[in-house]
Ligand binder design. Structure first.
Ligand code: NAP
Length: 215
């Protein structure tokens, strides 16, 4: 039985936890304030869920989702995530996160920052371009006409296959943008960021994406 650990249990973390429990996974959720502040969500999620510290959630998860405001990514525990698949949902909003020069000049991507912080983990970008509420309302069974697709990016092929299977269970097709360095194609203000898109449409969006300096 796979356990999904969540570092961050806000809009996206809560929704991913709901999808995971509905798909039969155990979840361990965490936030910055402590497990006692997550009891309402644990109660809603039921017996497959428990709250813990982020250190414990990282240790317990076979797959761990990092879904915190980007400015806090360096607070994610490193040692318990060694060798693990880590899903990164984070986006860069300077008004929330402060200025990060290497993202402003696009010499790196948000997920590459997390990968640099977690050098021995397998980081896969996912869930960053869908509104949290839609995670539990837009999923459809495999093979549905016009099924919504979500983009992933990552440097580890096996990890991406695992995330593709997870997204399929959650109700979404997947489009692979390539390595983490290509994740900019689905960053804030790109065509695919936000709207409901099929796989074919998203492929077009990725191809049409422009760098911030070209906008
Ligand atoms: N909202 C969306 O629709 C959406 C869609 C796609 C991607 N995203 C991206 O996904 C990330 C999370 O977004 P969100 O909307 O879910 O944010 P949110 O609702 O503000 O939730 C953030 C969560 O992270 C926790 N957290 C903050 N610092 C932490 C730390 N150092 N260790 C452990 N947990 C920590 C917070 O805990 P406390 O409350 O205890 O501080 C909270 O549970 C962001 O980068 C965002 O840009 C959001």
């Amino acid at each position: 039985m796979t356990t999904i650990g969540l570092i961050g249990a806000g809009h996206i973390g809560g929704q991913v936890a709901r999808l995971a429990v509905a798909s039969g996974y155990n979840v361990v959720i965490s936030n910055s304030r402590g497990p006692e502040t997550l009891q309402d969500l644990v109660k809603e999620l039921g017996p497959k869920a428990r709250a813990a510290t982020s250190l414990e959630a990282a240790a317990a998860g076979d797959i761990v989702v990092v879904t915190v405001p980007l400015k806090n990514y360096r607070q994610v525990p490193v040692a318990p995530l060694v060798g693990k698949l880590v899903i990164d949902t984070n986006n860069y909003y300077p008004q929330r996160d402060g200025r990060i020069p290497e993202l402003d000049n696009e010499s790196t991507t948000t997920a590459e920052l997390l990968q640099a912080h977690l050098p021995a983990s397998k980081v896969v970008k996912a869930f960053n371009h869908i509104y949290a509420a839609e995670l539990t309302t837009h999923g459809q069974p495999k093979g549905s006409a016009n099924r919504r697709a979500l983009v992933i990016a990552g440097n580890d092929t096996a990890a991406k296959t695992t995330v593709t299977n997870l997204l399929d269970q959650f109700g979404f097709d997947t489009v692979d943008a390539g390595p983490l360095s290509e994740g900019w194609r689905i960053q804030r203000d790109t065509p695919g960021y936000g709207p409901r898109r099929t796989a074919e449409e998203l492929k077009g969006d990725l191809a049409a994406a422009k760098r911030y300096r070209e906008m």
